[in-house]
Ligand binder design. Structure first.
Ligand code: PLZ
Length: 444
């Protein structure tokens, strides 16, 4: 196995450095321009909180490949299981002949997702595929067609999931017509709720009820799909009481309540799933990203009777639940449970949140510091109001990148800097990254 990296930030060239620039020029010539890039730096090796680039710089990773490498990008438990599996076989297609890794991951998800009712799991490859299949299963199980989603939602880039995603640019522009029977209701975004954050839960719930009952007809609604902490939309934590109210409402009307835990799941928010913070038990939970420990794997876990409502052959896919991905997932789940990564995420919040709150108090360009566990964010505004300030978020991110700290920007208005460190990041490294972020905000 390769040597681990020293857990320290090293900046020896401009970032990107000369070698990355060369490689990026080649990429520009060969790769479709439609792929964006946050930081055009080529990576040589990655380990826990550090990304080593081809110029010898060591960046601190506050992105985790968008909430994927919760256990690190080269966790020994993942690497060894993957190595063993590729030597046994790389693929059979689970719909053709079976293997135990698929069943083991399904069993783990049935055990770990909220609620102790009878559950079953279907595995796929990408998050979008999990969302697509969640919708298919909910429609087949209920015999209904309508799907309800929130403002600021992100669910993927395929036709159905892009249609469910809220933001036009860059996700939807030019890609219509969109899938029908998708209805959008207000997201209880505390910071931006017109009548104040204290009213967000009740008023958003009232609007949801109005749309479902009077506009669509509750008996036509197959599913309500919500990210328990909205991710790409801006790291929006719903106010207390909202998710339990949605769950209760959905149950009362025979609607499948689906939690899209693709970004928020697997210990990221300080609990195994973000729904656990309020004891919410969704009918269906969607996982991806961190589930596969860096390999592509996604899942729909739901009430057994829902999951069995689809006729055999109705869901599947050539690569669905690939054996190498399943082996990686078992390694990742082992680390998450054994090393209490949910506790680590809470510790990251404990260390970082006071400093983010301090920045928010000191800077009139920050409207709010928020988040849960290791899913933390700063929302930038025009001084003196709440007008989104995308320029400030961009400048702060760029300043962090130049100093070797990889942060990401998100939010419907592009004005949120988000922190998603691997949950195994060392405290000293996190401290260094936060110091860089503080300096970047101060120099705005
Ligand atoms: N649901 C909640 O966060 C993926 C997308 C980045 P896939 N988020 C990162 C980008 O610009 O493409 C995501 C998510 C939630 C679904 C998805 C989709 O997961 O694995 O990217 O298909």
């Amino acid at each position: 196995m390769s040597q681990g990296l020293e857990q320290r930030r090293i900046v020896t060239t401009a970032i990107p450095g000369p070698r990355s620039r060369e490689l990026h020029a080649r990429r520009t010539a060969e790769v479709a321009g439609a792929f964006g890039v946050t930081l055009p730096v080529f990576i040589e090796q990655a380990d826990r909180g550090v990304l080593l680039d081809v110029d010898g710089n060591q960046l601190i990773d506050l992105a985790s490949g968008i909430a994927v490498t919760n256990v690190g990008a080269a966790a020994p438990e993942v690497v060894s299981r993957v190595q063993q599996q590729v030597e046994r076989f790389t693929h059979t297609c689970f719909m053709i002949t079976e293997y135990d890794g698929f069943v083991d991951v399904a069993a783990a998800l049935n055990r770990l997702t909220p609620g102790d009712h009878a559950k079953k799991t279907a595995l796929f490859s990408t998050g979008a595929e999990a969302v697509e299949n969640g919708v298919k299963i909910a429609r087949a199980a209920t015999g209904r067609h309508a799907v309800v989603v929130l403002d600021h939602a992100y669910h993927g880039r395929t036709l159905m999931t892009m249609s469910m995603t809220a933001k036009n640019l860059p996700y939807k522009e030019g890609f219509g017509p969109f899938a029908p029977e998708i209805y959008r209701v207000a997201s209880p975004y505390p910071f931006r709720w017109p009548t104040g954050p204290e009213n967000a839960a009740a008023e958003a719930m009232a609007r949801l009820e109005e749309v479902v009952v009077t506009q669509i007809g509750a008996h036509n609604v197959a599913a309500i799909i919500i990210e328990p902490v909205q991710g790409e939309g801006g790291f929006i934590v719903p106010p207390d009481g909202y998710l339990p109210a949605v769950q209760e409402f959905a149950t009362r009307h025979g609607i499948v309540f689906i939690a899209d835990e693709i970004q928020s799941g697997f210990a990221r928010t300080g609990a195994m799933f973000a729904c656990d913070h309020e004891g919410v038990v969704p009918d269906m939970v969607l996982s991806a990203k961190a589930l596969g420990g860096g390999l592509p794997l996604s899942a729909v876990t739901g009430r057994a009777e829902l999951m069995d409502a689809v006729a055999p052959g109705g869901i599947g896919g050539t690569f669905a639940g690939n054996p190498v991905s399943c082996a990686a997932a078992l390694g990742a789940i082992e680390v998450i449970e054994r090393d209490d990564l949910a506790g680590k995420a809470r510790r990251i919040e404990e260390l970082a949140m006071p400093r983010l709150a301090g920045l928010a108090a000191a800077s009139d360009a920050i409207g709010e510091a928020r988040g849960r566990g290791a899913m933390l964010a700063l929302e930038f505004v025009e001084p003196g109001g709440k007008q989104p300030n995308a320029g400030a978020a961009k400048r702060v991110a760029a300043a962090c990148h130049a100093e070797g700290v990889l942060v990401l920007v998100c939010g419907t208005f592009g004005n949120v800097v988000r922190l998603l460190p691997p949950l195994v990041i060392e405290e000293e490294l996190l401290d260094d990254a936060l110091t860089v972020l503080e300096k970047a905000v101060r120099s705005l």
